[in-house]
Design a protein around this ligand. Structure first.
Ligand SMILES: Cc1cc2nc3c(=O)[nH]c(=O)nc-3n(C[C@H](O)[C@H](O)[C@H](O)COP(=O)(O)O)c2cc1C
Length: 180
């Protein structure tokens, strides 16, 4: 069962959870994927409730977002299995099917076509309404290029761990807690 929520009533829990890791789910062409994210923002733009994610070009997630402009965020509540966050944040959909290989159960989506995850019950379904690459040169933090976009370090998946992040602003089209 899905219990609808006003997402801003849970802003405190959601924003604190982002720092520890939440799941970013995508799907396209019948293929589901999930990856751990530690960056994200809950807010308002164009008078709409939005959730923004920041995804490196090299992720398999990027490939799916290109094909289907929607994503679902799954946030843990109470006790949860941190191994799932570790695996979703180190293994890649380029090589494995995380829907099969991780201890997760998919939940039918309500509005955007991208499943949630029962074990991470606070669910935020989004549809991408804006997308923009963040040029590394425009980031106003000293030393950021060497620290986060080192040009001499190969990416384990796509040959580039130096790939920039793209921000995807998702309009929140449904928010609920999955309950039994
Ligand atoms: C705690 C944690 C937070 C992470 N946050 C992000 C993030 O915000 N953006 C990003 O692009 N990658 C992030 N990653 C890395 C991806 O989760 C990781 O590269 C993942 O394997 C990508 O999966 P995919 O290739 O199947 O999309 C994070 C990893 C961990 C462990």
């Amino acid at each position: 069962m899905k219990r609808d929520i006003n997402v801003f009533d849970y802003a405190n829990e959601i924003v604190k959870a982002i720092g520890k890791g939440v799941l970013l789910n995508t799907c396209a062409d019948g293929r589901f994927n999930t990856m751990t994210i530690g960056w994200g923002s809950l807010g308002i733009e164009w008078n709409k409730p939005v959730f923004t994610v920041y995804v490196r070009e090299s992720r398999f997630t990027t490939q799916l977002l290109r094909k289907n402009k929607a994503f679902t965020i799954s946030v843990p509540m109470g006790e949860y299995d941190r191994t799932v966050l570790g695996q979703a944040g180190s293994l890649t959909g380029w090589k494995i099917d995380k829907a099969k290989d991780l201890a997760i159960t998919l939940e039918e989506p309500a509005a955007n076509g991208v499943p949630g995850i029962r074990e991470f019950p606070l669910t935020i379904e989004c549809r991408v309404i804006y997308k923009k690459e963040q040029p590394i040169k425009e980031i106003g933090i000293e030393g950021i290029e060497q620290r986060m976009y080192p040009q001499d370090e190969p990416d384990p998946y796509a040959g580039r761990n130096n790939s920039p992040h793209t921000e995807y602003i998702g309009e929140i089209v449904a928010a609920y807690i999955i309950e039994d």
